[in-house]
Ligand binder design. Structure first.
Ligand code: MF3
Ligand code: CO
Length: 260
């Protein structure tokens, strides 16, 4: 029941995810104290549409925006609005596209201005956990190997893993089989095969793992109000190594430009 993609389909998925990666880099250029999150959403929507794609989140189960922008204790699915970024915030920006019949879906957590050392470490460890999870996306492994790799790296560093939201298969629809939890046991869960395309998206909390839903019906926040970080890759399962369809290189090129 888990779809296997042809190489041609994987290339279209790659095109989508590269567009998502470039959109997040465009957003990165504008992340600064004082910027309203809805301004970032507008930038992303314009960028996606001017590159021949449509925002995949907009209208998805009624979701009202192009990006999910989740600040500090917000874990995921924050709706862009009037909130203006402040020095020291961290902000997960999640973006999806639809083009040529397939989807892209990736996310990155940015620091705004000067971020506390312990919060920067949460972001770094979450990104490392994503990379370690993605390394497991090879044929013959199981979905539980990914979750185990993510969870053990997060917990070894004193953080906790959100359970209520998971990664997912990606293809013509944004959410497909299998579910890809960020926790699990080695050797358990669905078998990974070449041609499967999945999104791995660890949501890692500095405090306890529990989350609550906001009154807008979307925003997921930590129950204890401590910060959370979130990064997401789309990955095609490979025979010898994973084929990561997302790249953070465009984003990190922007972040490494000294702006002060
Ligand atoms: N990356 C998110 C996810 O996989 C994007 C979905 S947000 C939604 O859940 F608004 F579109 F639902
Ligand atoms: Co996703």
């Amino acid at each position: 029941m888990i779809e296997l993609k042809t190489q041609e389909e994987i290339e279209i998925l790659r095109e989508n995810n590269i567009l998502v990666s470039k959109t997040l880099a465009e957003v990165a250029r504008h992340i600064a104290p004082g910027v309203a999150t809805k301004e970032l959403d507008r930038i992303a929507e314009d960028y996606i549409r001017s590159h021949g794609a449509v925002p995949a989140f907009l209208g998805y189960e009624g979701y009202p925006a192009t990006l999910c922008i989740s600040v500090n204790e917000q874990v995921v699915h924050g709706i862009p609005g009037d909130y203006r970024l402040r020095d020291g915030d961290i902000v997960s920006v999640d973006c999806g596209t639809f083009m040529k019949g397939f989807c892209g879906d990736s996310a990155y957590t940015f620091g705004v201005g000067d971020v506390a050392e312990e919060v920067s470490r949460l972001m770094a460890v979450t990104k490392e956990a994503l990379v370690k999870g993605a390394e497991q996306a090879v044929a013959g492994n199981r979905v539980g190997d990914i979750g185990y790799a993510v969870q053990s790296h997060a917990e070894k560093n004193g953080y906790s893993v959100v359970r209520e939201l998971v990664g997912h298969g990606l293809g013509r629809q944004m959410h497909m089989s299998p579910e890809v939890p960020n926790y699990g046991a080695r050797g358990r869960g669905p078998l990974l095969k070449k041609g499967m395309v999945i999104c791995i998206e660890p949501m890692i909390n500095m405090g306890a793992r529990h989350v609550v839903w906001g009154r807008d019906g979307w925003t997921v926040s930590t129950r204890d109000g401590k910060p959370a970080a979130h990064f997401e890759y789309a990955v095609a399962v490979g025979v010898w190594k994973p084929d990561i369809l997302t790249t953070f290189d465009y984003i990190e090129a922007v972040l490494n430009q000294t702006s002060n």
